[in-house]
Design a protein around this ligand. Sequence first.
Ligand code: F6R
Length: 608
Amino acid sequence: MCGIVGYIGNDQATPILLNGLEKLEYRGYDSAGVAVYDGKHIQVEKSEGRLKVLADLLDNGKKLPGTIGIGHTRWATHGKPSDINSHPQVSNLGKFAVVHNGIIENYLALKEFLLKNGKTFVSETDTEVVAQLLEYYYQGDVLDAVIKVIGKVEGSYAFGILCEDVPDQIFAVRKKSPLIIGLGKNENFIASDIPAILNKTREIYRLENNEIAVIKNDQVTIYDLDKEVVKKTPCHIDWDISAAEKGGYEHFMFKEIMEQPKAICDTIHPRIQNGRIVLDDVTLTKEEIEQFKKIVIVACGSAYHVGVVAKYVIEKMTRIPVDIDVASEFRYRNPIIDDKVLVIVISQSGETADTLAALQEAKRLGARVLSIVNVVGSAIANESDDVLYTWAGPEISVATTKAYSTQLTVIYLIAIYMADLLGKLSQEEYQMYLKDLNRLPEQIEEILKHKEQLQYLASKYFNAKDIFFIGRNIDYAMSLEGSLKLKEISYIHSEAYAAGELKHGTISLIEDGTLVVALATQDILFEKMMSNVEEVVARGAVVLGLTTEDHKEMEQSATHTFYIPRTNDLMLASLAVIPLQLFAYYVASMKGCDIDKPRNLAKSVTVE
Ligand code: F6R
């Protein structure tokens, strides 16, 4: 969601900004722009649409000289996507140019104040208010003006700021939205995320809330709100650069689907030592677990769907009741939480605004918060009592795949670990679960070998208008994820239903030729699922059945059947999701959709 890049150094800034913005395209955007100091003035160029439009306008950057600049990809919140509403936004006298990720919640009141004080506005954005406020409060010291402005604005922000009076400095500040500073040799950078600067430097500072960075080409100074210098230690990023590149694949999503066996290995292996689960530094003792009267899982989107699986898995293994909630609901419903509750927060980015706010609410109410996060050092990781990282590596595609899969495996680890401490598992069961967990990567490899079958099915149904996903228990949880994957990247309308619930309303939508993806991996529910399959077949549905290789009976009712290997019922989710991801991918590909950057979506949802 909105991408920020800034450069100060000795090279021409614009090509570097465009390159950095390209690496942030995955965050989702609808327009882009840059502001560069050309030696006399701040020059701004921006345009609605893809970054390529801007790059063409600027002849890939050659047309805009200057060695200091800021760039932005905008995901519209206030005001529709347009050239004018794109960032950078500039103050009336042209002194300040600002790029912004986040939302200024009190922008209307601030705008009114500025209008009364003679400022005029050209855009509908909340960001223009910030540029104008900076100019209004500026009395010769930009740092003072920034401190004044952030004292006035409410909401979330990461700002990159240029001021014409100090053309050898970039100013940056953040609250609730991510921003990092890349440290180079006689050059420095700002960025919303690491991929934007990874080909330039691996040393970064992560800005904390309301730390203000004053960045020159050979110096970065960070201040707090009292103008005291904050001492920070640079953090080294050891990502393999190819992890953030497509590496010969057409889409990041496909590459990330294929990376799942490795991502799962990387997530599980360090945590199984001498045949026992070791949860990093998480000290969940038997006594602590015993005093939890319930577990609450909070997350958004696909991470929430992991929570739906987790409810079945954790309850079955530990017999501790588990509630799940989407973060945007949890935070506003006065949840019943206290220090006897363990809240598990799940997030790939670790920056999702609603999830972060839910975490803060849970902590305020006294809960212990354990988070499952992919991005090291992200806000959610920092604010949790305990963190278990998913070692999925950078996930660039907007539609999550490998992060989802690694989140699931961390859930299995937690469930087995707790069940063991509570004495709910025999040693045979414990070892069986570990063995099954260890086998998941090779079983996923096996499924990936059959991807052409899903490509073929996608070729038959990519023109479908509606697709339904049905399943029971964990298969219902998988239906939710399969349906979301499909609709977000292929734009086909799709719904997920608990199979037994169909006849209470939705079955009226089934007609001749409607595609129903029926998940029937759970042994004890197989017969019940087959009855549901029969019900939809009787109403004309075409059924794509997904089941384990020992349930050949599926073929008697389903039009097509895809088999996955067998493992224990609780872990089948990890196998079932793979064909669902591939099916969605191939359908979207055949429809010619922009798979890695689906319309209207953003990778990191840093606004409410
Ligand atoms: C769907 C998807 C989203 C995210 C959701 C939460 O493919 O990726 O639904 O799962 O926006 O994001 P994180 O995990 O970063 O909190």
